[in-house]
Design a protein around this ligand. Sequence first.
Ligand SMILES: Cc1cc2nc3c(=O)[nH]c(=O)nc-3n(C[C@H](O)[C@H](O)[C@H](O)COP(=O)(O)O)c2cc1C
Length: 199
Amino acid sequence: MAASGVPVTATPGAAAGQACATGFTALDFRAALGMFATGVTIVTADSGGERIGATVSSFNSVSLDPPLVLFSVGRNSKSFSAWNSVEHFAVNVLDQSQRDLSSRFGRSQGDKWEGVETLRGEASGAALLPGALAWFECDTHSILDGGDHIIILGRVLTLTLHGGEAAQPLVFFGGGYRNLDARSRVEPLPSEHWWVYAW
Ligand SMILES: Cc1cc2nc3c(=O)[nH]c(=O)nc-3n(C[C@H](O)[C@H](O)[C@H](O)COP(=O)(O)O)c2cc1C
C-alpha cells in the first residue's frame, strides 16, 4: 500500500513513479517498511569523553546465548565515525511519555543533551535516561556493512527492567508515533511458542 493508500505491487521494473534500481520507488519502500511497528529507543555512548546519542527504531533482539542485540546507524549521521568505532553503548527503551526526547534525539540539529537528565551506566559509561522502560548496557560484538547504514551488534553486559505488564511503550508506525494502550493486550502467546523460538 503506498502512502496514498493505493495498493502497490512492486516487482522489479513494474512500479509506477520514480523507480530506483530495484524497480520500486524509495517512497514505496519506506511506506512498506513503515507497516512494521516497532518500539523506539535512544542509543547512547561515550566516545572519547564526548556523549553521542541517537533515536533508533532499528533496535532488535538477535541471540539469547550469548545475549546479542543490534541496531543500525546511517552513514550520513554526524556522529557516524564515532558510532563506527564505538566500544560500549547503552540502549534506552522509551516510554510513551518520552516522545519529545525521541524527536530531539532523532535529528542532527541543536544540542541533543541540553537540559536532559542522565545517569552514567556503570558497565558502559554511556548515558542512561531515567523514565525509560529498560536499559541495556552493551559492549560492541561486531560492526557489519549494511548498505547506507552500518549494523552494530552488541553483547548485553547488564540490563535493567523498569517497565512491567502495565508499561506504555512509545511505538513507531507509518512514519509517526503511536501509543500502545496496556489494556489492548489480546492474549498471551501459548507457552509452547516460547519453547519453539527459544524466547
Ligand atoms: C522514531 C525515529 C527512529 C529512528 N531510527 C533510526 C535508526 O534506526 N537508525 C538511524 O540511523 N537513524 C534513525 N533515526 C534518525 C536518527 O536518530 C538521526 O539521524 C540521528 O540522531 C542524527 O544524529 P547526528 O546528530 O549524529 O547526525 C530515527 C529517528 C526517529 C525520529
